[in-house]
Every structure is written in C-alpha cells, then in structure tokens.
Design a protein around this ligand. Structure first.
Ligand code: FAD
Length: 334
C-alpha cells in the first residue's frame, strides 16, 4: 500500500512530551454516556500526557460522574446546559473552543461518528488548525495513520499545528475501561452563545437486535435479496439464530429493502465484528471499506467470481434463498 506524507514538522524532545495534554470528547444521549466514545480516551492514552474528558448537556452531573470512573482520565470537564443536549455543532463548537483555550490542550480527540464528523472540522476551523480525520493509528504525538480512497491507500500524515484536532475510527481503538478511574469533575466554561440552530425532532430506528456499529456478529444482505419482504424473511431469522446485528449494502438500502441506518460501507457504518456474513453482496470497494477489517468474513453468493470471495475467509457459492434458510435451521438446532 502506498504511503503519503502530507506535511511535516517533527519535534519531540522529552521536555515537550511532558506538556502533552488531550481532551477526549465524550458523547452522551439522554443522560447516558455513550461507551463507544471511550475509544477517544484510548487514543489519547497512545498519545501520552494528561487526559481530560469533556461532557455537556442538561443534568450532566450523573454523566460526568460516570465518565469520571473511566480508566486513564484525570479530569472531567462538564458543562450543564440543555443547549448542548443534541450535540448541534453550531452550538457545541464555540463551547468546545472556549474550553480548549482554557485547558491549553495539545490534542482534541473525538470519535469519527455523526457527532464527531460534524463538530470537529468546525472546531478546527475556529482554532485555525487542520482537521485530521478518521485515523486508525497513532505513530507519535504529531504523526497519524488514516485510510484514504475508501481504504484503498493508507496515508501517514504529520501535523505541525499547535493543537491537533482529530477524529478516530472507533473500530481501530478499543473503548477505554469504563471503571477503575477516579477523575475529578470540574465545571467547564459556558460561553452561553445565542443558538444559531435549533433541534426540531428526530426519527430513530429502534431494534431489539445488537447495535450494528458495536456488535460482535453482523449479517448483511445485498441486492441479491430482491425485495424488502425477502430481506426480512431470509435475513432476520439468520441474524436471530446467531444473535447478530443486521447490516445491508447500499444497493439494498437504496432499493428500500433495509433502513438507511443499516448501511455498511464508505458512506455507511464502518464495522469490524468477530464475524461478518455477506449475503447476496457482490463486494464493491465501497462496501469493503466498511467491513474488511472484520475478523472472519463469510460470504454467500451465487456468482463464484463475485469480488466478495477475494476478501472472504469462508465462502459458499449457491442460491441464498436455499442456503440461508438451511443454514438458519442448522444454527437453530445446533
Ligand atoms: P450488487 O453489486 O448488485 O450485487 C448483488 C450480488 O448478489 C451479486 O454478486 C449477485 O451475484 C448476488 N446474488 C443475486 N442473486 C443471488 C441469489 N439468489 N443467491 C446468491 N447471490 C445472489 N455500497 C455499499 O454497500 N456501502 C456504501 O457505503 C457505499 N458507498 C458508496 C459511495 C459511493 C461514492 C459510490 C459511488 C458507491 C457506493 N456504494 C456503496 C455502492 C457500491 O459501489 C455498490 O454499488 C454496492 O455495494 C452494491 O451492492 P450489492 O453488492 O448489494 O449489489
């Protein structure tokens, strides 16, 4: 794989090492800490130096106290204000910038989630820093690795900005331990800006199945399923027999077979479960970008030349409408 060096100014005397300090942006929803966002703490640990966590929203105290137990965090900065509940970037970015300036952090780290992707480029612009997105590894305090061209090349980028503003790929950094820490909780600065955007409503897809982004097993269906009815009839029992989350290719989502929130790939979710089963999915590079780091990849496709078999550990050539129900029955009776 080619390696690209974008810009450079490397300096890492040991005295500087001591001055490193990271602010990990922790996500919360409805007063509950999102444990997926604890990957930001793990990334901060790899950078070295002190680590503070940041939370904001209404009635933030219980979230701050939960975050204070996260291993490796020295201090939680908490801002109690309902204006930050939904993480609207227009409101949240000035808040974060004030707290970054006060804390004098060298690294600002958030997950490469809808929240992080929306917020951090705005924060970077306000700080006149260059945003470094979706990193998968940290080589030093100023050198980071990130996939580009839908994961077909890996770029190693070096930043000379005083404040590095970084989003991390959750599947590349395990979440920090939620217990074992005893951080202090401190009130952050609240600039109380006049909100320029307002949260109106949200329409969330709910499911009793495991969360796609964090599930240990994922079964995904593609255009080969032919209709929403067949997708549900074939894929859902398979998922339940394995205790797996359901995913889908973009073609399946665009054809209305599956909800948009289930899309895996370059423009969908990036997953890296223990088992990823691709059913009736050809294996386009944009789909592979979202699942090729899975530990075991199994594929069922009637076309023996389908590109998915090039990345699959286990492959079954056959008609999915015969093979999947048969497999589901065997799994149920196993
Ligand atoms: P197809 O390519 O049509 O493949 C269907 C497969 O099903 C075939 O291999 C066929 O042999 C098999 N099949 C058919 N019938 C049966 C049967 N009865 N039994 C067994 N096998 C059968 N795609 C994504 O998935 N995620 C993304 O995030 C994404 N982002 C994109 C971003 C951009 C900018 C672009 C340009 C494209 C993106 N795509 C994405 C689309 C991607 O290029 C492919 O078009 C898409 O992944 C194809 O989906 P598919 O494999 O389900 O469909």
């Amino acid at each position: 794989r080619p390696t690209t060096s974008v810009f450079s100014s490397r300096f890492s005397p040991s005295a500087y090492q001591r001055l490193l300090s990271s602010l990990a942006i922790l996500e919360q929803r409805e007063g509950k800490l999102n444990h997926g966002s604890l990957s930001a703490v793990t990334a901060a640990t790899k950078i070295g130096g002190s680590i503070h966590g940041f939370v904001a929203g209404s009635n933030i105290k219980p979230v701050a106290e939960e975050a204070a137990k996260v291993e490796g965090v020295e201090k939680i900065i908490a801002v109690d204000n309902a204006a930050y509940d939904k993480g609207l970037a227009e409101n949240y970015a000035p808040l974060l910038v004030e707290n970054i300036k006060k804390g004098g952090y060298t690294h600002i780290i958030a997950g490469h989630t809808a929240f992080g992707k929306s917020l951090l480029p705005r924060v970077a612009a306000l700080l006149d820093s260059q945003q470094i997105s979706d990193i998968t590894a940290i080589e030093s305090e100023n050198t980071f690795v990130r996939p580009i061209y839908a994961g077909n090349a890996i770029a190693t980028v070096e930043s000379s900005d005083a404040i590095k503003v970084i989003t991390i790929r959750g599947t590349a950094f395990a979440a920090a331990e939620a217990t074992g820490g005893s951080a202090a909780v401190e009130d952050g600065v609240d600039p109380k800006i006049e909100p320029t955007s307002e949260w109106i409503s949200e329409n969330l897809a709910t499911s009793d199945r495991p969360d796609l982004a964090t599930a240990g097993k994922v079964v995904s269906g593609g255009r080969g399923l032919k209709s929403k009815e067949e997708f549900d009839r074939v894929m859902l029992p398979l998922a339940d027999s394995l205790g797996a989350a359901v995913g889908a290719s973009r073609a399946a989502v665009d054809s209305g077979y599956a909800d948009n929130s289930l899309q895996v790939g370059q423009t969908g979710k990036v997953v890296a479960p223990q088992l990823y089963m691709a059913v009736g999915i050809s294996g386009a590079i944009q789909h592979l970008a979202g699942m090729k780091d899975s530990k075991v990849i199994a594929a069922i496709n009637k076309d023996a030349d389908a590109p998915i078999f090039q990345v699959a550990d286990v492959g079954l050539v056959g008609d999915l409408f015969d093979k999947v129900p048969e497999l589901t029955e065997k799994l149920k009776s196993a």
